[in-house]
Design a protein. Structure first.
Length: 264
């Protein structure tokens, strides 16, 4: 059941008495991996974002200093993926439902005495849900610290492993996600079906963009036939290992920072 999470760092393997007797519970770092079950082109499984969230956190926890108490919660596999609604297989929760699930899980943890919760979200279509949930919990529980992190935003240099165009335009099922999946779940990647597809919605000098400073709402079917936005053909398992190690290292630093945060 623990997947990529080391068993001794998996929250659901604890007994209730372990939690009752836990020392310094208000500084224990709980991490909620949040992913998605959504199309990632013809070459990757639906589980990509969930695999990346759990895979990165698992690797970070495996190498985390034993003195830092931290546990990963069961992964929230299904997310808010309605931008992929035209591709069969995608599972979609509304922002409201996902928000309720995360909020009520967080409230259970608060009731158990925990005071630090990190969202480790790997799906680009839902950081806003984590941020709204975090702020609302913060208002309701004055001594609860919530950290709505996006999995790729910790310190790392993964961008240096990508071609310039891929770095800026490879936003879905491209080189980075495909490389990491080749490292995590090599048997589930069909490289013979991998093809590049870049959107040409805007001229290079346009003020508007898909994910820049002046974005617009889009559905994947507006910008891609295959469901891919990027170039997966240059992906390799070696690159994926390097990316995983770098991002996991960044997460170790982030978890240590959360552990040390004294609160307001
Ligand atoms: Zn993805």
């Amino acid at each position: 059941m623990h997947g990529f999470i080391p068993p001794h760092r998996y929250y659901a393997y604890l007994c209730w008495t372990d939690i009752r007797d836990m020392q310094d519970k208000e500084n224990v770092v709980l991490i909620q991996p949040v992913g998605a079950i959504e199309q990632h082109g013809p070459h990757l499984p639906l589980a990509v974002d969930s695999a990346i969230a759990q895979g990165v956190i698992g690797r970070a926890l495996a190498n985390l200093a034993p003195a830092i108490p931290a546990y990963a919660l069961p992964t929230q596999y299904v997310g808010k993926s309605n931008e992929h609604c035209h591709f069969p297989g995608t599972l979609m929760l509304s922002a409201e439902t996902l928000g309720r699930v995360l909020t009520e899980t967080a409230e259970s943890l608060y009731q158990a005495g925990f005071r630090k919760l990190v969202f480790a979200n790997a799906h680009g279509g839902q950081p806003q849900v984590m941020e709204i949930v975090a702020r609302d919990l913060r208002q309701k529980y004055p001594d609860f610290q919530i950290f709505p992190f996006f999995i790729w935003k910790v310190p790392h240099k993964v961008g240096e492993l990508l071609e310039p165009r891929e770095r800026s335009e490879g936003i879905h099922a491209g080189d980075a996600e495909t490389s990491v999946l080749l490292a995590l779940l090599p048997n589930e990647v069909k490289m013979d079906r991998a093809h590049a597809e870049y959107p040409n919605t805007f001229e290079p000098d346009s003020l508007l963009s898909l994910e820049g400073k002046l974005p617009l709402a889009w559905l994947t079917s507006d910008i891609s036939q295959s469901g891919v936005v990027g170039d997966p053909t240059t992906a390799t398992a070696e690159k994926g290992e390097e990316m995983l190690n770098q991002v996991a290292q960044g997460w170790q630093e982030a978890i240590a920072a959360v552990h040390q945060f004294p609160g307001f």
